[in-house]
Design a protein around this ligand. Structure first.
Ligand code: XLS
Ligand code: NI
Ligand code: NI
Length: 509
């Protein structure tokens, strides 16, 4: 009876129709011999008719009562009770405050917000459901009505901007299909996207911009063999059309970068795969993207995001070094930078720091997908970074790179399946931002202290000599070096001082 009572107050609302149908049946079973059962049955039939007429519910979710405004759309805040998140300093115990991230504070000559350039990933934060291969969704955000309608997409977009504003983050990242539903044809899909993007543009105001946009080229079954590396020409062409549109939309929203993540650009077995041909196709695809970027006057950076596997067994953009070699082979080096995702780096058997440094020393460090994996789990767990040591290493690379702009830190990270409160979305981002802010402070301490750099400088000091200079300038041939060895005899080899380096590093944390 309690269950039915709570539904009966809502069953006249059109928005609740789809929920009512499910719940109404339960009520009917419970109450089918009573008067109220008959009334409910009647209401159910009315709703079934209305459901058929309005196949897609277009209004406020059913369980919200007063939160639905007069026009049937969401009324009021999405995150009531969550204040604008402020910096309160390290002694604060408030979970909804920054302890280390103080946006305006200057560290090594730059504001923290300019070093860090944080971004929220729409797909995890607003489309993540907590589902995994073994279990159904666990998260039911109050504004979700269970549909993938345009009305729902718009409501989600409003929630996204309230979230960004409360968090004080000026950037967001999206896939085309996260933000708007697929239609029956590409034309219809594009027009759905245009409708939602127009709202996003309005909600962005003057301050908020996409850090990057991208095309989702991995979820739809057409992409099962890949997109640019599919064995099917029609799929290659479809992917091209999708990227074309996603680039236009990113440009329209003022996006600063555009990402290519080769989700299914790889193979399951070489027995049925022409790897050389697939890689050539991928290069042709990226060349066409460069040409189109120039044609539409999009000045953002094109980024490739390496990942070794998952979903395919072997992905072509395995890690930073592999991607770099691909770009070099196809003459694309000047056109792309890399988006290094920490959890992808560790999946490929490196540390995040390794892949950042590989990108940086080649002039390719463009953006970071800030997340972390789990040492006990062998896949992309996409957790928010909490390890201060890892964050400090990351920030050492970023500082050496002079920052990431026009790139930034995108939280390609999700709540654990078991975290189901709306406030957990805030707590997770605050914790991730504080971790990186702490990493920045520690890295600055290490740089200002100078003893780690001095240890490294000393380690290579034998090259700070005349002969060292000749070697580094490429002027020392083998005969010349042999002559020196004959004179010197056995070289003296110094300690690497690893434990001392670790001690200095730890003292900054
Ligand atoms: C998946 C990737 C993906 C990209 C964008 O593992 O990290 O989320 O960042 O397509
Ligand atoms: Ni990513
Ligand atoms: Ni990832």
């Amino acid at each position: 009876m309690v269950v039915c009572a709570c539904f009966s107050s809502l069953c006249l609302s059109k928005a609740s129709t789809f929920l009512f149908i499910k719940s109404g049946l339960v009520c009917m079973m419970l109450e089918n011999r009573s008067m109220s059962g008959r009334v409910l049955l009647l209401l159910l039939s009315v709703n079934v008719i209305s459901f058929i007429v309005n196949a897609v519910p277009e209004t406020c979710p059913a369980d919200l009562g007063e939160k639905c405004g007069e026009d049937g759309e969401w009324g009021g805040e999405f995150f009531p009770g969550i204040p604008k998140i402020k910096y309160e300093g390290p002694s604060s115990k408030n979970p909804l405050a920054y302890k280390w991230y103080n946006a305006e504070e200057v560290i090594l000559g730059k504001k923290m917000k300019d070093w860090l350039r944080f971004s929220v990933a729409f797909w995890h934060t607003f489309r993540g459901t907590g589902a995994d291969p073994f279990g159904a969704p666990t998260k039911y955000w109050p504004w979700e009505d269970g549909t993938n309608s345009i009305a729902m997409a718009k409501r989600r977009m409003r929630a996204n901007f309230e979230f960004l504003n409360k968090l004080g983050v000026d950037r967001w990242c999206f896939h085309d299909r996260d933000i708007a539903p697929d239609g029956k044809t590409l034309q219809e899909t594009n027009s759905n996207l245009d409708e939602v993007v127009a709202l996003a543009k309005e909600l962005q105001g003057d301050k908020i911009r996409p850090l990057w946009g991208t095309a989702q080229l991995f979820l739809h079954p057409r992409y099962m063999h890949g997109a640019a590396t599919s064995s099917e020409l029609g799929v290659y062409a479809f992917a091209a059309a999708q990227v074309k549109k996603a680039m236009e939309v990113t440009h329209y929203l003022g996006g600063e970068n555009y990402v290519f993540w080769g989700g299914r650009e790889g193979y399951q077995t070489l027995l049925n795969t022409d790897m050389e041909r697939e890689l050539d196709h991928l290069a042709r695809f990226l060349e066409a993207a460069v040409a189109y970027k120039k044609k539409i006057g999009f000045n953002g950076t094109l980024l490739i995001e390496p990942k070794p596997q998952e979903p395919t067994k072997h992905q072509y953009d395995w890690d930073a070094a592999t991607t770099l070699n691909f770009l070099r082979k196809y003459g694309l080096l000047g056109e792309f930078k890399l988006n290094i995702e920490c959890n992808h780096a560790t999946l490929s058997g490196h540390s995040c720091h390794h892949d950042l440094e590989t990108a940086r020393i080649n002039g390719l460090l463009g953006n970071i997908d800030a997340n972390t994996g789990d040492p006990q789990v062998g896949w992309d767990t996409d957790q928010f970074m909490t390890d201060i040591g890892e964050a400090t290493m990351v920030m050492l690379s970023v500082i050496k790179n002079g920052g990431l702009a026009p790139g930034g830190f995108n939280f390609d990270a999700k709540l654990r399946r078991e975290s189901t409160d709306v406030e957990d979305l805030f707590i997770a981002h605050i914790s991730g931002m504080d971790t990186l802010a702490r990493g920045l402070r520690n890295a600055a301490k290490l740089i200002e202290d100078g003893s780690l750099a001095e240890l490294v400088r000393k380690r290579y000091s034998s090259f700070d000599t005349e002969l060292g200079g000749q070697i580094e300038a490429g002027k020392a041939d083998f005969e010349m070096l042999e002559k020196n060895v004959m004179e010197w005899g056995e070289p003296k080899v110094a300690s690497a001082k690893q434990e001392l380096a670790e001690m200095i590093f730890q003292s900054a944390l």
